[in-house]
Write a protein that binds this ligand. Structure first.
Ligand code: AMP
Length: 465
């Protein structure tokens, strides 16, 4: 085994190489690169993000939904689009064990039925829309379905800061509302969400754009395709490929020079049909009325094919992690997933990037661990009385801890402090004899004896102070 870090002494390395292996090599299980374990404060931060979402989105009439983490590949191909990076390069594809053997033997997935071609969800919208179609959540003439989710997403990207292979998103999907007020309300709710999570709104940049619809986008797309072909000698290989399959994506090519060239390309806002132009103008009027500041970015195109009309993205100006959320309207998606034409709009917010961006602003998503009550016994003779008191408090819903390692009273008090206990219940031979317990205030160290029957109300009263 070679020690970590520092230059190695050559003779040590040689000796290590020649040494017979005395012990079986110790297997250290490791998590997959680009994934994280959520526990402790980080887990509470993720739960806090969900709690804030439940309160805020609930007030806007959204109910929680959870769809499976695996879907048929076709759900994403139809929804997100065959030509997108997410579908072409980033989707984790899976097949069950037996099929995997066949696949290896045949060297192609051509023999697999659509039901056997599965993928881990790379985003939430396609699955929720599939579920809405399959469960008829938006019957014709009914009120819109308003759904929110908090789920893990999976993308086979190259891991880096703020870019994981398994990450978590809170998102909403509002199905059945074509009204520009829905676009504006989604954006207003999103900006309020950041505020409630602790962001300073003046340090967030909301960008909006309209990408047109089925009536005006094809002609606009063709104009952009032509523009790229006219500038072919200045664009990268990827953009030349994009020109044919998804020319609008060249606006956010990773290559700086391509983006520079694209600055002169025709802009969506100058190519909207009257209906889309009016829809976009109305969204902006609502945002203005609500006092939400935004910048119009005519080059904002989102990575997934399903977007129509309004698209938006939010960045923390000093966050250093790129977009911390984004979304838009997708009026054609329900049909692509086999449903009746139904408008839709939604957004998704990434937990890990929110945590990083908030930390860069000096904030935190973490909530303190709720305080507990500690039941301490002076010796093993009181163990049963400690056991009963602990049980009674827990059954009354009080977070309660006790000692399970035979600690001395002094170190039980230390442990209670460490756990943030505000009250300690102390039980010694006198208390057992008197059928009572002593309550010790951990701040003032003031102690009072109360009868066992009064344990729960007395502790609750102290915690409520
Ligand atoms: P998207 O579906 O790509 O628009 O992503 C929505 C949000 O999810 C982004 O704004 C990020 O906050 C987050 N996100 C997307 N991809 C990743 C990733 N690979 N790792 C961490 N967060 C991500």
């Amino acid at each position: 085994m070679v020690a970590e870090g520092g230059a190695q002494d050559a003779s040590f390395v040689a000796a290590a190489r020649c040494a017979p292996r005395a012990r079986k090599e110790h297997h250290m299980a490791q998590r997959v690169q680009g994934t994280e374990d959520l526990f402790g404060g980080y887990m509470r931060a993720w739960q806090h993000m969900q709690d804030v979402a439940r309160d805020l989105f609930g007030a806007y009439g959204f109910d929680m939904v959870e769809t499976p983490a695996i879907e048929q590949v076709d759900t994403f191909v139809h929804g997100i689009g065959e030509s997108t990076d997410v579908v072409r390069k980033e989707m984790f594809r899976i097949v069950s064990g037996a099929l995997f053997e066949n696949l290896l033997e045949q060297g192609s997935e051509a023999g697999l039925k659509p039901k056997q071609r599965l993928a881990m969800r790379p985003e939430g919208t396609a699955g929720v829309v599939r579920a809405a179609v399959e469960n008829n959540m938006v019957p014709q003439g009914a009120a819109p379905a308003k759904l929110w989710y908090a789920e893990a997403m999976f993308r086979g990207e190259r891991p880096q800061k703020g870019r994981l292979r398994q990450f978590h998103q809170v998102g909403v999907e509002w199905l059945g509302a074509a009204d520009p007020a829905a676009d504006a309300e989604c954006i207003i709710m999103l900006m309020e969400y950041y505020k409630r999570l602790g962001f300073d709104p003046s340090r967030l940049r909301l960008s909006i754009n309209s990408m047109g619809d089925a009536a005006c986008r094809p002609a606009y797309r063709e104009k952009v395709r032509q523009f790229i072909l006219d500038h072919a000698d200045e664009m990268c290989e990827d953009c030349l490929e994009r020109a044919e399959i998804n020319p609008l994506r060249s606006f956010d090519c990773k290559n700086d020079h391509c983006r520079e060239v694209m600055r002169d390309a025709p802009l969506a806002k100058d190519n909207l049909c009257d209906d889309c132009a009016e829809h976009y103008a109305q969204v902006k009027r609502y945002l203005d009325a609500a006092g939400v500041s935004y910048v119009e970015d005519p080059t904002l195109v989102r990575g997934l094919d399903y977007y129509t009309r309004t698209v938006f993205e939010v960045e923390a100006v000093d966050g250093g992690v790129g977009a911390i959320g984004g979304g838009g309207r997708y009026d054609g998606l329900m049909e692509l997933e086999g449903g009746k034409p139904t408008p839709g709009i939604g957004f998704a917010v990434g937990f890990e990037r929110i945590a990083l961006a908030l930390a860069a602003q000096g904030g935190s998503l973490e909530t303190p661990q709720p305080g507990c009550v500690y039941v301490a016994g002076t010796s093993a003779d009181e163990r049963e009385a400690v056991f009963s008191a602990t049980l009674a408090l827990r059954q009354a819903g009080v977070r309660t801890e006790a000692d399970y390692q035979g600690r001395s009273l002094k170190s039980q008090f230390k442990q209670a402090d460490k756990l943030g206990a505000r009250v300690c219940v102390v039980i010694g031979p006198d208390e057992v004899a008197a059928n009572a317990v002593t309550l010790r205030d951990m701040e003032t160290h003031e102690q009072t004896q109360v009868p066992v029957e009064a344990l729960v109300p007395a502790v609750s009263a102290r915690l409520a102070r």
